[in-house]
Design a protein around this ligand. Structure first.
Ligand code: MG
Length: 365
């Protein structure tokens, strides 16, 4: 089987809420949907979910890299040979989100060609559904408490509170939510917002409210700081932004700079390298949470297949992008209900893209 066409389409989807994190605020999601067609008529879909406030890629850069560099390299290649697809793509440095979209589409094609779900290609599944939490952006204490309560009522298994701009406000917000919801697991995510001294001070106070985990308290490059917090605090420290590539995983393990890995399949360039990170984490005894770049339907399906196939998924995951959108681009949405995302079962990614929706939300650059 050979790839004959790679089409990258930029779309902009409306979110149903403003997202405000340490790093920026946004209310639309720019996504790139990638359709790869083969000489056997089998096609697959991928998605890139660049959030410029978080990653070094944009919708524009993803489309440009795919159209100008990746597509010409990959036309004529066998999409089922993921190892070689990734080798070829190494000619272009970085741009992992663009590569992830190609990776998802190749897995989708491979599954369809073999008549099996993508999780089978990843080794099979440990679970049929994935526990997810819901996130609360940085906002007034009253609004944060109200929102936390609403999510708990909706059945989410945990609450993730965004922190990292004002330590004092953060401690008060977490305290107020804990008072209202005495039993819900709370994770806090600073998105690299604190300096080490701020982190030590704020988080040692915050720990009193019984936290499930602390996500990326200090800048991604500060592995010494991460390691110090792992030693000082009793709450486990989760590496998110510090963990992009398979090489980052090695550094985090060497520095003892993370108690938990947050694998986002977009960051290392797709499912193939993400599986390698999961293997390293398993060998090092580091449990996982599977994050997301709040992908729309296709990326969410890919995340669900991945979360099904990894062993030590011990913490709530973030595979919940579609809950934050006013609309999606699938014919049938990925099932997300009462705090769980269900792993699709059809061949490939197990979802079908609605081409009319892609046309409707298309952005011309
Ligand atoms: Mg995070």
């Amino acid at each position: 089987m050979k790839i004959v066409q790679i089409e990258a389409t930029c779309i902009s989807l409306p979110l149903n809420t403003d997202l405000n994190i340490s790093g920026g605020k946004y209310n639309r999601a720019d996504r790139v949907y990638v359709k790869i067609t083969t000489d056997q008529g089998i096609y697959g879909w991928g998605e890139a979910a660049p959030i410029p406030q978080y990653a070094e890629e944009t919708m524009e850069s993803v489309k440009f890299i795919i159209d100008k560099y990746l597509a010409p390299l990959l036309i004529g290649q066998d999409p089922m040979n993921l190892a070689q697809i990734h080798e070829q793509m190494k000619v272009i440095k970085g741009n992992n989100f663009a590569k992830a979209a190609i990776d998802f589409a190749c897995y989708d094609i491979s599954g369809k060609a073999l008549g099996v779900p993508v999780y089978t290609l990843l080794g099979g599944k440990y679970r049929d559904k994935v526990a997810i939490g819901q996130s609360i952006g940085i906002k007034s204490i009253d609004h944060a408490v109200e929102e936390a309560h609403k999510y708990a009522e909706e059945g989410f298994q945990s609450i993730k509170i965004k922190i990292g701009i004002d330590p004092d406000h953060d401690v008060k917000t977490v305290g107020a939510i804990r008072e209202r919801l005495p039993d819900i697991p709370i994770r806090v995510d600073a998105n690299q917002g604190y300096r080490l001294e701020q982190a030590i001070h704020a988080l040692s106070r915050m720990e009193e409210y019984n936290l499930l985990l602390i996500e990326q308290p200090v800048p991604k490059w500060d592995l010494d700081g991460m390691a110090e917090l792992c030693r000082l605090l009793r709450t486990p420290i989760l590496a998110d932004e510090s963990l992009y590539t398979i090489h980052d995983a090695v550094q985090l393990i060497k520095h003892k700079a993370a108690d938990i890995f947050n694998i986002k399949i977009m960051k290392p360039g797709g499912l193939y390298p993400s599986l390698k990170i999961a293997g390293m984490a398993e060998a090092a005894g580091i449990p996982l949470s599977i994050g997301s770049m709040i992908e729309a339907g296709v990326g969410t399906a890919a995340g669900a297949h991945f979360a099904a196939a990894v062993k030590y998924l011990e913490y709530p995951s973030d595979i919940k992008g579609p809950t934050l959108y006013s609309d999606d681009v699938l014919q049938e949405p990925v099932r997300i209900e009462k705090g769980f995302t269900y792993v699709p079962d059809g061949p490939g990614l197990g979802v079908e893209v609605d081409q009319e929706k892609i046309n409707h939300y298309k952005v011309d650059l």
